[in-house]
Write a protein that binds this ligand. Structure first.
Ligand SMILES: Nc1ncnc2c1ncn2[C@@H]1O[C@H](COP(=O)(O)OP(=O)(O)OP(=O)(O)O)[C@@H](O)[C@H]1O
Ligand SMILES: [Mg+2]
Length: 302
């Protein structure tokens, strides 16, 4: 049995949005339950607005859940004190989509990677630690003293990764970490993430629109649709035997070997996806259709 690191139970995150005088509720995450195993990569896919980022941010405590619970390494996060939650949060990091806006432009690469170490160790130790981390993501020599604007997109993402990994986390939310990058360097960044994972035993929740990349990096894949998880299973099973109508639609855009074409095809699909009946139209059941492969099944109305 795999070790569970994160357990999400009936999680809901609703936002209240005001349009003029009318308040509406957006069910960004709506009754989602699943686990993430230690050392695995769980891919999270679904069209824009389906709730992927909100789900990830709620797991790492950047958003407070509306209902439901999250456990991390067996500890319930919801019942913890602020201090207790902060302590657990140290094990969780995030890698952002846009490595430019997430890096302070007035700090050098070295300063940026030293910053998260500030409270943990002295200055010279932090500098040594940060320089080693930068070297291991491929930023070497005098480059470590350069500013974000002096780096390419791929190099900036390497700095973003170094910043996340330098504090020795266990769990990293990768929220579209390659989608802002040039296609020619996307694979390098993915391979860097895989190398770091193997070396450090990291666990990833990997959000991406790029299904070929998700397939490449993920052990399992979760499919989100309108705030719900509609399917979850081992990567090969999701691709070879998609069960939910939404997953089938999503996957019909691939396999296309060229990632640019695959993404374009995916985006074209997205326009049509809204036509599928929402999963909360009637009663549903989370069904294990084959070992470890779950699907949200709509129950027939009696
Ligand atoms: N802070 C917020 N306030 C109000 N609504 C929000 C907030 N954050 C997200 N939402 C809404 O929640 C829904 C899910 O958004 P979310 O960003 O999680 O989707 P996503 O799947 O990550 O989309 P994308 O692929 O475009 O990044 C959307 O309808 C969004 O508008
Ligand atoms: Mg998002």
């Amino acid at each position: 049995m795999a070790d569970t690191l994160v357990e999400v139970n009936q999680l809901k995150k609703y936002f209240t949005v005001k349009k003029g005088t009318i308040k509406t509720e957006v069910k960004a995450v709506d009754d989602v339950s699943f686990t993430i195993n230690k050392g695995e990569t769980l891919g999270l896919v679904g069209e824009s607005g389906s709730g992927k980022t909100t789900l990830g941010r709620t797991i790492i405590q950047l958003e407070q859940p509306t209902a439901g619970s999250i456990s991390y390494a067996g500890q319930h996060l919801t019942g913890l004190s602020f201090k207790g939650r902060k302590e657990i949060q140290k094990n969780m990091q995030i890698i952002f989509q846009d490595p430019y806006s997430s890096l302070n432009p007035s700090m050098t690469a070295l300063q940026l990677v030293m910053e998260p170490l500030q409270l943990r160790m002295g200055r010279s130790e932090a500098a040594e630690h940060a320089a080693n981390m930068l070297n291991s993501v491929g930023i070497t020599g005098s480059d470590i003293h350069k500013y974000p604007r002096e780096f390419s997109g791929g190099q900036r993402q390497r700095i973003g990764i170094a910043r996340a990994v330098v504090v020795n986390p266990e769990f990293i939310l990768c929220d579209e970490p390659i989608s802002a990058l040039d296609v020619s360097i996307q694979a390098q960044i993915i391979n860097l993430l895989i190398d770091l994972q193997q070396e450090l035993g990291l666990t990833y929740l990997f959000i991406s629109h790029d299904l070929s990349m998700v397939r490449y990096i993920s052990d399992r894949i979760a499919v989100m649709y309108l705030g719900k998880l509609v399917e979850l299973g081992p990567t090969d099973r999701i691709f070879d035997n998609p069960l939910h109508a939404y997953t089938k639609k999503l996957l019909s855009a691939i396999p296309i070997p060229d990632p640019v074409k695959a993404r374009t095809a995916f985006e074209q699909q997205e326009g049509q996806l809204a036509q599928i009946v929402p999963p909360d139209a009637g009663a549903t059941e989370w069904l294990e259709a084959e070992p470890e492969h779950f699907v949200l099944k709509e129950l027939e109305n009696e």
